[in-house]
Design a protein around this ligand. Sequence first.
Ligand code: NAP
Length: 333
Amino acid sequence: MVKARKYVVKKAFEGLPKREDFEIVEYELPSLKNGEILVKVEWVSVDPYMRAYSTQFSIPYDQFGYQVGLVEDSKDPKFPVGTKVVSHKGWCDYVIIDTNEVDPFCSVYKLPEIKGFSDSLGVGAVGMPGAAAYFGLMDICKPKAGETVVVTGAAGAVGSLVGQIAKIKGCKVIGFAGSEEKLKWLEEIGFDKAINYKGANLSAALKEAAPKGVDCYFDNVGGELSSIIINQMNDFGRVAVCGSSSSYNEDPSKTPKASILQPALVFKQLKIEGFLTWRWLYRQSDAHTELIKWIQSGELKPREHIYEGFENIYDAFLGILKGENVGKAVVKL
Ligand code: NAP
């Protein structure tokens, strides 16, 4: 009998999630049935959507999330013992997966081969955040060489990839992030300018960085910062709305207000489109193939913020909500 542990959310989050909102539950896993695999989890992901989606689940619920693990026992010849797999089975240390189960977030699949790099990229640059950055930028913003691309949440999992992909595509890239350490790293990896959004006069700072205006905006945070950026867009600019980190921990009845966007949308004839990465699930491996190629050629440098230990998954989660992470936050079990 294998003993497993998992995080269960037992109280709805109010503001920043608290440790007491979770309970770590220990239980024994049953024997495998045909079509099932036993996975020892090696890497667990913490992501902002875990906060944003929390209101859609009834309490109590098992904390969902991406993970990379090793098949330790198998009753499915497609996933023999020793296979590395990616699934959306959440914050647990061992799990039984029915390989025929269809999961709208992602059904279990084999970890793509990323020779010479950590398996943890399977929940980051070569996982869901990688696909979000790739498709949000390439399918919605459609940047052309020479254009100016702005990305917020720029030093995070998605934003840092968006900026680097836009550089590979020959664009000028400006990123907004929340600390001097993050700005320094963004300029090291090729961003033309990084701006601290906690500073003063952001509109003037952006005007100076993008004197010819903004063609593409990849929006990870929403709020007033997005209004400032959208108001400096050029005719026929494109905005991909990926998330709204600035509001996730706010009381839903008092979400922040931002300046009106309609005049800029109309007079500049802008296109603004929200997306969910699952839209491209059927093409996800195409994005991963391209991202792996750039990572292996050294054109794209994925950075990870690594936390360690099952007990520390909560701290890692809180860390991303408070802006502690530089690059993709992952937990090594
Ligand atoms: P992340 O950027 O690695 O981590 C979250 C970051 O948000 C923090 O590091 C922090 O950086 C920033 N942040 C926190 N509070 C903020 C605030 N009040 N205002 C501005 N920034 C704040 O997370 P990620 O995984 O890359 O996700 C980025 C965004 O994309 C999130 O909104 C997420 O929900 C969204 N997303 C959407 C999809 C989709 O399918 N649509 C897929 C993946 C991710 P600073 O220090 O810079 O503040």
